[in-house]
Design a protein around this ligand. Structure first.
Ligand code: NYM
Length: 214
């Protein structure tokens, strides 16, 4: 039967600081994959449409929204846990997921404001582990030249700088991270990402790689 020969979709995460092009690149990737007859869908964290998402959105946009650092950290994680069934279902159907931010953003942003790295990592244990993380690495000058910061929490250069350092740490220590030079043109960044993702999809099919968990 068809399901036994169809391989699972890839779990691909795109990480990077604000204004590195994550949103437009993830949209374009799904479009290009679909054009090549590779079923793919986009997902983004935080997902502001769920109940935890409503609170997260309020926290990010309203500085008077008082939640302890621990409470909001756990809500961001809960927002991912809410999606686990959906993630597994899609991957098992052969759909590749292109995810805009994931656990790494959760750990990086909370650590950047002074929280303990180890503590922040614990509630991610058991979540599906991405097959591939594409890190859009942009230099600060280029980031400055893109449309300005919004008014949400964490949109300051101090936080962004720390987050960048933490992402570079992940890129060095994690085996699933690939760094893409996001200072290149939109189309070049797109084709570099597409190449890595297609390579990953082929690997999963060739070696029948099972989904892993943190
Ligand atoms: N953010 C995002 C976190 O602090 N923790 C998380 O777990 C995630 C997924 O939310 N500044 C931060 C990063 C962003 C902010 O994200 C909103 P976006 O992609 O701008 O909607």
């Amino acid at each position: 039967d068809k399901t036994s020969i169809m391989s699972r979709g890839a779990l691909v995460v795109v990480e990077g600081v604000d204004r590195c092009g994550k949103t437009s690149q993830t949209l374009k990737l799904v479009e290009s994959l679909n054009k090549r007859n590779i079923p793919a869908e986009r997902m983004a964290f935080p997902d502001r449409t769920t109940w935890t998402g409503h609170v997260i959105s309020k926290y990010l946009s309203d500085k008077d929204c008082k939640l302890s650092d621990e409470a909001i950290h756990l809500l961001f994680t809960a927002n991912r846990w809410e999606k686990v069934e959906k993630i597994k279902e899609s991957l098992n159907k052969g759909v590749t997921l292109v995810v805009d931010r994931y656990s790494y953003s959760g750990i990086a942003f909370s650590t950047a404001k002074g929280m303990n790295f180890h503590w922040c990592s614990q509630p991610e244990i058991g979540l599906p582990k991405p097959d591939l993380v594409v890190f859009l690495n942009i230099n600060p000058e280029n980031q400055k030249n893109r449309p300005g910061f919004g008014t949400e929490r964490y949109e300051t250069s101090t936080i962004q700088k720390k987050v960048t350092e933490i992402f570079h740490g992940f890129a060095k220590s994690e085996d699933n991270w690939q760094v893409i030079d996001a200072n290149q043109s939109f189309d070049k960044v797109h084709s570099d990402m597409l190449y890595k993702i297609e390579e990953q999809i082929k690997n999963i099919a060739n070696y029948n790689t099972p989904l892993q968990y943190f």
